[in-house]
Write a protein that binds this ligand. Structure first.
Ligand SMILES: [Mg+2]
Length: 191
């Protein structure tokens, strides 16, 4: 079984837009397309796990989310990058604490990662969770991944460190490559 790169979407791959609901506001964070293309070439499955409370709040439909993801895919394709699968949780939260699990599928719950592991036969103990918030880091922890990486893009600039949920902190997705390749056992495959 292979390890995977589990990536948050907003503030990690695309620029943070609060309650993003319009495809024309999708913009890749600089370097993200190239980083994902390198993961693709190294054979690391790239799985997005994203909380989309904007759906639960009634501000975006599932069809609208698909349009946003199509636009993201179009922009990634310009870098020869692709996402293997996207899991999203539509639930709107009732508490603000990013450490509280309200539902297994909503980060910091591990549900999207454990489902992906089952459906794609992924080894969580050789996988990495990358995101810009504590709830991303904890979702990785709760799923039992090998390492969590905080990117200092999006909300990542506001996270107080150190925090026991964070194994590594790097400026952006671009700098996660060596860590992901080492943790997933793909370090010998660097293109
Ligand atoms: Mg985020």
């Amino acid at each position: 079984m292979s390890g995977a790169a589990f990536l948050d979407r907003d503030g990690t791959i695309i620029e943070l837009v609060h309650h993003l609901a319009e495809p024309d506001k999708v913009a890749l964070i600089p370097g993200a397309g190239e980083a994902i293309a390198q993961l693709n070439r190294a054979g690391v499955p790239v799985i997005i796990v994203t909380n989309q409370s904007v759906i639960g709040r009634g501000k975006l439909t599932e069809a609208g989310l698909a349009e946003i993801h199509a636009e993201m895919a179009r922009q990634l394709a310009a870098h020869d990058a692709r996402i293997d699968e996207i899991y999203h949780c539509p639930l709107a939260p009732t508490v603000k604490d990013p450490r509280v699990i309200e539902h297994p599928d909503r980060k910091p719950g591990p549900g999207m990662l454990t489902r992906a592991a089952e459906e794609h036969r992924l080894d969580l103990t050789r996988s990495v969770m990358v995101g810009d918030t504590i709830s991303d880091m904890l979702a990785g922890r709760n799923a039992g991944v090998a390492a969590t990486i905080l990117v200092e893009t999006g909300y990542g600039t506001k996270v107080t460190m150190p925090d026991e949920s964070i194994d590594y902190a790097v400026p952006s997705l671009s700098e996660t490559l060596p860590i992901i390749l080492a943790q997933t056992g793909r370090s010998g495959d660097i293109p």
